[in-house]
Design a protein around this ligand. Structure first.
Ligand code: URA
Length: 258
């Protein structure tokens, strides 16, 4: 009887929260509360027993997220293999809070590759990068210089899983995804790489300060790289569109350089 009532109350509280708009986890990483419940209370773990167990069980080798990512990326012979390697990569906790891995969109082998930061809500639902408002602006920007994701552009993100609450990926998350980004660029083989926003500039160039970096060509992964402001920033700051337009014209000029 009591648990029946509890279930009703719990459901009513859940409905109420959903009505308020709380429809997703917003911790840094999802919490498995079943696992928490089944964990023995700290007091039950007697110190001597712990010490004995520690002696008996050899220490597990320390996890090596960046090394594992480098090996998995290097072993990926093509883009489908890289996608499968990322699907199987266990170290990034963001995967546990996301609906799916968002790998890429556009034309592999296209002359222009765009690297964004991480999927947002719409991308998480649809499984394609840059399909929300920022993505629609990106499509209009590309169209203004005769480019499109159906013909001449390949698009991906530094992080393929949506961070909870759209928070910025941490340094550790960026570091562990970097080997996959490097291999992704190598396999997609664009003529030029455009990094949009600070997270992408950080992952590719090891630099932040996109407002200072934008518009100046750099070099990474053996090809020219242009940092640009992120379309989400342009939506919030229309005055910055003027500089973004200059960057787009620069891309067009670079492509016609031969
Ligand atoms: N912002 C990004 O950086 N990437 C996306 O895919 C969507 C929004």
């Amino acid at each position: 009887m009591e648990s029946h009532l509890d279930a009703h109350i719990a459901l009513a509280m859940l409905d109420w929260q959903i009505e308020l708009g709380a429809d997703e986890a917003i911790c840094d990483a999802p919490v498995d509360r079943y696992a928490l419940d089944s964990a023995p209370p700290a007091a039950a773990q007697a110190a001597p027993a712990r010490a004995a167990a520690a002696e008996a069980v050899p220490a597990a080798p320390a996890a090596d997220p960046v090394g594992d990512a480098s090996r998995a990326a290097a072993a990926s012979a093509d883009l489908p293999a890289l996608r499968a390697a990322m699907e199987a990569y266990p170290h990034c906790d963001l995967r546990r809070g996301a609906r799916q891995l968002v790998f890429s969109d556009g034309v592999p082998g296209a002359p222009v590759m765009i690297l964004g930061e991480a999927p947002g809500r719409e991308e998480d639902i649809e499984g394609r990068p840059f399909v929300g408002q920022a993505g629609q602006l990106l499509d209009r920007m590309l169209a203004a210089i005769g480019l499109s994701r159906t013909e001449s552009v390949y698009i991906t993100n530094v992080v393929p899983w949506r961070p909870p609450g759209n928070r910025e990926p941490t340094q550790a998350e960026i570091a562990m995804m970097r080997p996959f980004v490097a291999r992704h660029v190598e396999l997609a083989a664009p003529r030029i790489l455009v990094v949009m926003g600070n997270v992408s500039a950080d992952a590719v160039l090891g630099k932040r300060g996109i407002l200072r970096l934008r518009g100046t060509w750099d070099q990474a992964f053996g090809r020219p790289v242009l940092p640009m402001t992120h379309p989400a920033y342009l939506l919030r700051t229309p005055a910055a569109k003027r500089e973004a337009w200059a960057d787009l014209l620069d891309i067009k000029a670079k492509l016609s350089d031969g």
